[in-house]
Design a protein around this ligand. Structure first.
Ligand SMILES: [Zn+2]
Length: 263
């Protein structure tokens, strides 16, 4: 594994437009199980509750379920903290090496670790958005209004529109701005870090395919506990194991590579 980490550090140090694509696997070490895995959200709640049709039919029922889940402590994203993998990516961005993180996660942990350029394919469950004017506010503010005022259908502070968690619900499209941003980043990308995603869900899975099909192709580095569904097709370097541990070691190798190049 040391050889692979050294190779990736050498390439990262020279990359002009490195991009990371992350999925649920990067957050499991923060104590957030993959929604589909044992202990994940979909084993506690019917995923149908997170469909846009059902939400619109009965928003007060959704918000009650939301508050019950939070109160149970079983699924409180706000209580989870970023782990070394999130911090390593934020540090790479500060060093000017990583241009952005494209994530399938809705847990806000990249931003909390300090990443600035974050493209969220599936939105963010730590924000609420107004379905009318698209104004955003922290979900904890909405939760506080529900608790204090007994507001069973929380409304937008600006326009009284219906508030919904700012995550993509079943039946909703991927936000067009996220798609556009990821296209722009894929065009420029010369090194893609694929971390903690099985590459089974599109459009995220399209990104490594696109960056490998370009001329010249980007280098695709995959860091996963289990190889992704597309690893034979798209992955140049596969490093298997804990993303927190691998990215910590990669940062050490990267910093010494940069020092070596500078001296
Ligand atoms: Zn509004």
């Amino acid at each position: 594994m040391d050889d692979q980490i050294t190779r990736v550090a050498e390439r990262l140090a020279k990359a002009k437009n490195a991009v990371a694509l992350t999925g649920a696997g990067i957050s499991t070490e923060s104590g957030i199980p993959d929604f589909r895995s044992p202990g994940g959200l979909w084993t506690r709640v019917d995923p149908g509750e997170f469909s846009i049709d059902r939400f619109l039919q009965n928003p007060s029922r959704f918000w009650k379920l939301h508050m019950d889940l939070k109160a149970s402590g079983d699924f409180d994203l706000a209580a989870a903290d970023p782990n070394p993998a999130h911090y390593a990516l934020a540090r790479m961005e500060q060093m000017g090496i990583l241009k952005c993180v494209i994530t399938q996660n809705v847990d806000n942990l990249h931003q909390r670790a300090g990443s600035v350029e974050v493209v969220e394919f599936h939105g963010n469950l730590l924000r609420a958005s107004c379905m009318k004017c698209r104004d955003l506010e922290p979900i904890e503010d909405v939760e506080a209004r529900i608790c204090e005022v007994g507001d069973d259908i929380p409304r937008c502070r600006r326009c009284e529109g219906l508030l919904k968690p700012d995550a993509v619900f079943f039946g909703e499209p991927i936000p067009s701005k996220a798609l556009m941003m990821s296209d722009v980043q894929s065009q420029k990308c010369d090194l893609l870090l694929v971390i903690g995603t099985s590459l089974q869900v599109y459009p995220a899975a399209q990104i490594p395919i696109s960056v490998r099909a370009k001329r010249p192709p980007a280098l695709v580095v995959e860091i996963n506990r289990e190889p992704s569904a597309l690893h034979r097709q798209v992955t140049d370097i596969l490093i298997q194991g804990s993303s927190g541990e691998i990215l910590t070691r990669l940062m050490v190798a990267l910093e010494s590579e940069i020092q070596r190049a500078a001296s």
